[in-house]
Design a protein around this ligand. Sequence first.
Ligand code: 13P
Ligand code: SF4
Length: 305
Amino acid sequence: MNQDKLQQQIKQLAAEKNALLIAHNYERDEIQEIADITGDSLALSIEAKNTDKQVIVFCGVHFMAESAAILAPDKIVVLPRADAGCPMADMVTADGLKTLKKQHPDATVVTYVNSSAAVKAESDICCTSSNAVSVARSVKAKKLLLVPDRNLGRYIASQVPEKECICWDGYCPTHDQLKVAEIKQAKAENPDALFMVHPECQPEILELADHICSTSGMYEFAAKTPAEKFIVGTENGILWRLRKENPTKQFIMPSQCLVCPDMKLTRLEDVLQCLETLEPRITVAEDIRIKAKQALDKMLAVPRD
Ligand code: 13P
Ligand code: SF4
């Protein structure tokens, strides 16, 4: 079946099943094209919580659909590809976190949403890349355990020098690969370009940035900044909307490595099948869900800076 036909069928079936199609900013172009909403992890969690629709088709990776299932237990949440995970989220387990907490009983655990429900359940508060600094500032404790991304952790630590920060040693295999030499070369070739970057990149990369932000933060920055050229320090799925919303501007990928294989797993055929069967369904055991929801709700209550 050709792409247009598949997209039409998906939209029709989504309407019949009262389903909301949501897609992360890194999904394939053809998936983002048919989504009711595209966004970063924070925006998508909020949409999942607030929608009146009965079914949420989450085109993204497992932890994102799990967050939707935690926040909206009365809805059916489906993830078109059950094998779409996040290697960084898998770098911390609830048992590992429990051990670290025992070593630092006076610390508050701030956990990036890129984590399992079981890890969130062991956490005091969650954060995303768009609110991480506000969340860290909102916490009263002087000592923070920042889990699981060491790069986001080090970025947060640089913004809250008044706190002691202990970072879990996890990382995103996609963002962590970006090299200083690649950014320097892209800048040398495009001296008039601004460099915007995701905080999952290494600190040496963030030092070279004009703007550090979440994926959705990049749409805002590109739209409101008069600059005509941008070097993009995040996964290449972001280009579709950047180019659509800013047709006269130029967006440059500094490296071939900025592809998340998990985000690219979902295809239109998977979305159609998932709508037909309402499987694979994402659920969370109620005891874990309640605790994980507390950490997410605390995050959602933090005002943005
Ligand atoms: P955002 O919250 O910025 O969308 O990032 C999610 C993610 O997985 C980045 O790699
Ligand atoms: Fe996880 Fe990195 Fe992929 Fe984001 S880009 S989902 S952090 S592996």
